[in-house]
Ligand binder design. Structure first.
Ligand SMILES: Cc1cc2nc3c(=O)[nH]c(=O)nc-3n(C[C@H](O)[C@H](O)[C@H](O)COP(=O)(O)OP(=O)(O)OC[C@H]3O[C@@H](n4cnc5c(N)ncnc54)[C@H](O)[C@@H]3O)c2cc1C
Length: 415
């Protein structure tokens, strides 16, 4: 909502300066997790969001909290697989209310994830999955242990059950934001801008003309996903640089009774297709399709990609009747710190921005790694001597942003 200069005539005098310990910019999973963590430590922190909370990547994600097995499809443990191995258990503690952040109330869509192959593509992996390296993270399943979708005579492949789990991301965003609503504000950059200060730090001026408010912070943390690039540019930061990786996800709304959460292995090291399931209010469900299908699909037209997805489903799950299904696609970008050769980063990333005394730029690179990102940011603050002040929360004359609507709801109407 735009902020008119008149907004400032009530609570604040013109040109008032308000100081806070930390200002977080961007209310996806990274910013919301960080806000919870910082407030718990006693920092006086606020979050500014320019759209709806969880927009862009977070609510468009598949919600999988994974332990890295998806990154071992070459038959080897990798940096990515090991960086993330302990995360499902960490998140489970939070879901039980025993972790650093209380996630009781967040909806668990599935407490497991499957990896399946329709042909012989797992032979290379079966020895590896049976080895010590992956013990406790992967179990081969068969017969009655198979997921309902694959318990049909036509299915001939191998199936592995992973410790990974799947969260309902809209409920995660809600659970993180709700207790801290008074610290979360809608920012409209048409009436707000960064202002360099004489000590080399940056503040934010909110409002127009003579009536404005100066918001200063010991640190500003950019957790705006793909918004970090333009924000760093506005700040004149010399580093870090950002990369985006485009995807085009496919959504299929249908009445097949079984939900499914799993990767189908192909011949490549990226899953051929990754399926997560999202219930609709009318009794149907949406299968949300990612993996190589969505990576290759980024350069395809919507119609072309839907034809590919239909072919994949016929080939992989020929017993599932999708003749009445509704199909849609979602172009979306993953935002990450720039990597050599445009590689997929293994870990969460946070660093002080070059030329900006008090600005940290951060990308979790995966929903799963939001807690690690938050820990890295607190380390950066502590090393720079930025300690919690335990001061009272500040109030800005700005609205509270709404929650983002998930793509399956947006594309197929109310569910
Ligand atoms: C299709 C897809 C599937 C995925 N599936 C998984 C998965 O299953 N498991 C997993 O671990 N990871 C997954 N990921 C990755 C994961 O979603 C992201 O790493 C994570 O959500 C990034 O969170 P974020 O908070 O950094 O950014 P975002 O979720 O992109 O949030 C950025 C926020 O900042 C706001 N913003 C932007 N610009 C500004 C600005 N100028 N001022 C103020 N606010 C601003 C946006 O409106 C938004 O609310 C997936 C990603 C995609 C795209």
């Amino acid at each position: 909502m735009p902020v008119s200069p008149d907004t400032f005539s009530g609570a604040f005098k013109p040109s008032e300066t308000i100081a806070t310990d930390i200002t977080i910019i961007g209310g996806g999973i990274a910013g919301l997790w960080l806000l919870q963590h910082l407030c718990k430590l006693g920092y006086n922190a606020i979050l500014l969001e320019n759209s709806a909370l969880g927009s862009d990547q977070s609510v468009a994600s598949q919600g999988m909290i994974h332990g890295g097995i998806k990154y071992t499809l070459s038959g080897l443990l990798t940096g990515a697989s090991e960086a993330i191995a302990d995360m499902p258990e960490y998140w489970r503690q939070c879901l039980r209310g025993e972790g650093d952040v209380d996630l009781r109330g967040c909806k668990l869509l599935s407490d497991h994830f499957y990896l399946w192959s329709s042909a012989n593509t797992t032979s290379r992996l079966s020895t590896f999955f049976a080895s010590k390296a992956t013990r406790g993270r992967v179990d081969k399943v068969s017969g009655k242990q198979l997921p309902a979708l694959l318990q049909v005579p036509e299915f001939k492949g191998s199936v592995y059950k992973l410790v990974d789990m799947v969260l309902d991301v809209p409920s995660l965003v809600h659970q993180l934001a709700e207790p801290l609503r008074s610290r979360i504000f809608q920012i409209d950059w048409q009436t707000a801008q960064f202002q360099p200060q004489s000590d080399g730090s940056h503040a934010i001026v909110i409002g127009n003309g003579a009536r404005h408010l100066l918001l200063t912070s010991a640190a500003m943390v950019l957790t705006a996903g793909r918004g970090n690039g333009p924000l760093l540019q506005q700040l004149g930061a010399s580093s870090p640089a950002m990369q985006t990786r485009p995807l085009q996800q496919v959504l299929v709304k249908h009445r097949h009774p079984h939900a499914f959460f799993g990767h189908c292995l192909g011949r490549e090291t990226t899953p051929r297709v990754t399926i997560s399931s999202h219930a609709c209010g009318d009794g149907s469900q949406v299968w949300y399709l990612g993996g190589a299908l969505a990576e290759k699909g980024a350069s395809q037209s919507r119609a072309e990609l839907i034809r590919c997805a239909q072919r994949e489903m016929r080939e992989l799950l020929p017993w599932v009747d999708l003749s009445d299904a509704q199909w849609a696609t979602l172009p979306v970008e993953r935002a990450e710190p720039l990597q050599r050769n445009f590689a997929r980063p293994d870990q969460a990333y946070a660093a002080w921005a070059g030329n900006c005394e008090n600005v940290i730029a951060a990308w979790p690179t995966k929903l799963t790694l939001a807690p690690n990102l938050s820990t890295q940011i607190v380390d950066l603050l502590t090393k720079k001597g930025i300690e919690p002040t335990y001061s009272s929360p500040i109030i800005l004359p700005l609205e509270t942003p709404s929650m983002a609507v998930p793509p399956w709801q947006e594309l197929f109407g109310e569910t």
